[in-house]
Design a protein around this ligand. Structure first.
Ligand code: ZN
Length: 274
């Protein structure tokens, strides 16, 4: 009998700890709302992450899952195309090519995890080029190649796409060929309403990135919609945006003071989730 009581008490302790640790950080919302002059009514926002898959993406996923937030990941096709690496691991496991191949396989594993955990996945094209400056053939190649690599992981119909640098979306009137190519390939372009500027090393200190987001969300009438973050670094095949991954858990409770997190489809009603 005593044993059963002891076990029950231990179980209750574990359950209490689980409930307590669902969010590791807390925010004083009255203070937050005063600091950023947030409107009384909460905003609706969704988080998106560009330039992955990267080594820190699992850390971002851990945070999103703990906070029960559905994120949207715009993935570079060339980061998960492992056929571009020579697999000589059976004969030469110490080689650079073997290590690159294995890191690529890890990224594919993470991409599967993103999908399995219910997040949205879109294309960030095959390579991080300025698409409005590409010759027509290469523009078409990048878009098609990204579909060939990422097709099994797409989560919506039509599949979603975010152009690197927002290029061709910002300047649709002067560079109509870029959006025309996306339409031709049955992609829906997704931009952003707010940006964290987390790609910029000058902002990767203290809570500058959080301030960027909160200011856009709250100041004046404030904004709603998609927020642009980065989990990857486009020039680097494996390393990601460590500062964002390390601090996201701390920033979310502050964002929650002024906004509810919603899925991308809350804003994009024409997307059908597969
Ligand atoms: Zn990008």
């Amino acid at each position: 009998m005593i044993n059963i009581r002891k076990k029950a008490a231990a179980l209750l302790t574990v359950l209490a700890l689980c409930a307590f640790s669902s969010s590791l950080f807390a925010a004083d919302c009255a203070e937050v709302r005063e600091k950023y002059q947030c409107p009384i009514e909460k905003k609706k926002i969704t988080l998106s992450f560009d330039d992955g898959v990267a080594d820190v993406t699992p850390k971002v996923l851990d945070v999103l899952n703990r906070e029960k937030i559905q994120g949207t990941f715009f993935v570079l096709g060339n980061k998960v195309n492992c056929s571009i690496y020579k697999n000589d691991c059976s004969t030469n496991p110490e080689s650079q090519s073997c290590q690159s191949f294995q890191l690529c396989q890890q990224r594919v594993h993470t991409l599967k995890r993103i999908k399995n955990e219910g997040h949205m996945i879109g294309s960030h094209s095959y390579k991080h080029d300025r698409h409005s400056e590409l010759p027509a053939q290469l523009l078409e190649y990048n878009i098609r190649k990204s579909r060939a690599i990422l097709e099994p992981y797409f989560t919506t119909e039509p599949a979603i796409f975010r152009l690197p640098y927002g290029d061709g979306w910002f300047n649709q009137k002067t560079k109509p060929q870029v959006m025309a190519a996306l339409e031709r390939n049955n992609f829906k372009h997704i931009g952003w309403e707010m940006t964290a500027y987390d790609w910029n090393p000058d902002h990767q200190k203290g809570d500058k990135i959080l301030d960027n987001v909160m200011t856009q969300m709250c100041a004046g009438k404030g904004r709603v919609g998609v927020i642009l973050f980065h989990d990857g670094v486009f020039e680097n095949e494996h390393v990601g945006r460590t500062y964002t991954a390390d601090n996201l858990a701390r920033w979310i409770p502050t964002m929650r003071c002024a906004a509810d997190f919603v899925p991308l489809t809350y804003f994009k009603k024409d997307l059908r989730v597969k």
